[in-house]
Design a protein around this ligand. Structure first.
Ligand SMILES: Cc1ncc(COP(=O)(O)O)c(C=O)c1O
Length: 449
């Protein structure tokens, strides 16, 4: 895509001009995406119905996907490193998933009764996840967290929930400053992520009112920032001591092993929420945990908690999810996939060191974050070391440059690896990053740029 020519042309630009130049090329190459965006503006605020998919000046509209490949409506081909924010673990149109959906489709899709998939899928999850004694299904990660929180509140009889700065547990559970104005109105106690002392002090002060501590074992949306094992162990210990339900939001991280990140870390929460790839790419999520907590939903019990939801046992998603877990994403496959992501992360970090540029890859397994910043990043608070305008410009530049080189990922530098990615895709991606380090070296190094 004209990379060499672009490199020569952009080598002498300052950061602001380089971003403007890259953006102009992005716009010029995408007239159809632009036209669709302008049309969509007439019926949707910002032409958008999913905030995370919006980026300025307008997002690339995707026409189709196959395996780990995407094509946009303007005919550009990409290697898909976004992997639908981790819901696309199986890649696009995986034959096992397609077969399961087609087979289920033949028997009807909105049956109004229990179906043959929900029991086996629940059993498979309980077999895999150390914390899951009983599980229930719902439609989204947001909903799974809503039910996990509500189950904890009903179980403990306490109102409050501890969450962490910059956490993302769904559209109405978003704890980045400024993004929290439409959060569901629970009594939240906001604690500092990966700061055990600060968190312990708050936890002790609020212990009597806390029903739950809700934590991502790796903050995904905040930048692929793993919780430190000692931090999670500290939470586990304090929750046990005070009778507080520890909820692991494994909506993203459940792919880290057959039993999620909890199995890898050897830390067992009381409740777990799952989602994303659970329905093989279709809409499905789950929450579950200790039998005593989950039994509150047993409808045979007098005064049972209701858990309604027209699509809780939606046939296509359950058929796809069950086939995916049992025939594709086996524990062995997920372990190997985790190692693959760790190797890619190490490779990117070694490359940045070799080029002497302030750049790093964070995350764990196949959920990774790219950051044009040096020094440890233990929590999103560490991003404040960088000027926010410069950080935003570098993110834009990296995004445009990688799109230009045929690699699709989130603007914030987030990538999630799907199973069909090939070794050649990785080579190509590392090569594109190396080119970015070379061509944009002066911008990465120039603190005043
Ligand atoms: C950790 C985490 N929890 C919850 C959610 C919400 O899931 P959904 O978008 O399915 O509502 C997300 C989505 O990105 C997530 O990353």
């Amino acid at each position: 895509m004209g990379t060499a020519r672009a490199a020569v042309r952009t080598a002498n630009l300052g950061l602001e001009e380089a971003v403007a130049d890259a953006e102009a090329r992005y716009v010029a190459a995408r007239p159809k995406s632009r036209a669709i965006f302008e049309q969509n503006l007439k019926a949707m605020p910002g032409g958008n119905t999913r905030t995370v998919l919006w980026f300025a000046p307008f997002p690339t509209v995707i026409a189709r996907g196959r395996g780990a490949r995407l094509q946009d409506v303007d005919g550009h081909d990409y290697v898909d490193w976004l992997g639908e924010y981790s819901a696309g673990l199986y890649g696009h149109s995986h034959p096992v998933i397609l077969e399961a959906i087609r087979e289920a489709l033949e028997d009807g899709i909105a049956l109004g009764g229990p179906n043959r998939f929900e029991g086996p899928l629940a059993a498979e999850l309980c077999r895999r996840f150390p914390s899951l004694e009983l599980v229930r299904f719902c439609n989204s990660g947001t909903e799974a967290n809503l039910y996990a929180i509500s189950a904890a509140r009903a179980f403990t009889g306490r109102p409050a929930v501890m969450v962490f700065d910059h956490a993302y547990h769904g559209g109405v559970f978003h704890f980045t400053p400024g993004a929290d104005r439409i959060n569901a109105p629970f009594p939240w106690v906001l604690a500092p992520f990966n700061d055990l002392d600060g968190t312990s002090a708050l936890l002790e002060a609020h212990a009597r009112e806390l029903a739950a501590v809700l934590v991502e074992p790796m903050q995904g949306s905040a930048g692929a920032l793993p919780a430190e094992p000692a931090f999670l162990r500290g939470l586990r210990e304090a929750c046990t001591r005070h009778g507080i339900c520890l909820i692991f939001d494994e909506v993203m991280t459940s792919r880290m092993s057959g039993g999620g990140l909890q199995a890898r870390l050897g830390i067992v929460p009381d409740l777990t929420s799952l989602g994303k790839y659970l329905g093989g790419g279709l809409t499905l999520a789950a929450f579950g945990g200790k039998a005593a907590i989950m039994a509150q939903f047993d409808p045979r019990r007098p005064g049972a908690l209701p858990h309604a939801g027209t699509f809780n046992n939606n046939v296509l998603a359950m058929a796809a999810g069950l086939a995916g877990l049992t025939r594709v994403a086996t524990p062995e496959v997920l372990d190997a996939h985790f190692e693959r992501g760790e190797r890619l992360k190490a490779r990117i970090n070694a490359l940045a060191t070799l080029h002497g540029v302030p750049f790093q890859c964070t995350g764990c397994g196949t959920l990774l974050g790219l950051h044009a910043q040096a020094g440890p990043i233990r929590s999103a608070r560490d991003f404040a070391r960088q000027d926010p305008a410069r950080r935003e410009r570098l993110q834009r530049l990296l995004h445009y440059d990688l799109l230009d080189r045929g690699h699709y990922l989130a603007r914030r530098g987030y990538l999630t690896m799907s199973l069909p990615l090939t070794a050649e895709d990785e080579e190509s991606f590392v090569g594109a990053l190396e080119e970015f380090f070379e061509v944009r070296r002066h911008l990465l190094l120039d603190r005043a740029a």
